[in-house]
Design a protein around this ligand. Sequence first.
Ligand code: GAR
Length: 208
Amino acid sequence: MKKCKIGVLATGGGTNLQAIIDACESGMIPGEVVVVIANKKDAYVLERAKKHNIDSILIDRSKCRNMKEFSDKAALELNNRSVDLVCLAGFLLKLAPSFIAEFGNRILNIHPALLPAFGGEGMYGHHVHEAVLKSGARFSGPTVHFVDEEYDKGAIILQDVVPVMDNDTPESLHKRVLEKEHIIFPKAVKYFCENKLVISGKRVIIKE
Ligand code: GAR
């Protein structure tokens, strides 16, 4: 099977990037991360990429006029490396519609709650866990989904569930959800690279 070329966009620490790199290196994912693009210069993801000899690129959002300019620059880097799949691994900006159209059905995102609840603009990182705790929900958990033009609304590929405890803080809930993210994101990437994902309306069928 031809190895899938993966490009990762990220903003922060990159533990999800690490989980994907590890799964590629262990052979679980029939693919390789060929480029990591960060939008902030202090993003630790860039260090993680360097440690694995992966091209690491900073496109400083604060130096771009708008998200279209940022997205065009990112698309160029991805296309230069003939990337098959784009993973948003803790990428906290909204890509331009032109980017979504260009890479349609080839972009996966990890979200730290059970979509379609607790999604949408402004719902990232600790904001999500705060909203879950405030809602009184008994369960939370991550979602991996295809990215389409509607924020956090693309077809859902995988989810997992964790309990919400009475004494949870956003940090403790984040930690519990993150452990599951590191399992389901590489799994969804593996299915994509194996050509096992079929989108049927809002539902994703996983071919066996
Ligand atoms: C993860 O919890 C991910 O679900 C979240 O950012 C964190 C990044 O962690 N993404 C969003 O909130 C997107 N809406 P990481 O940098 O350690 O992978």
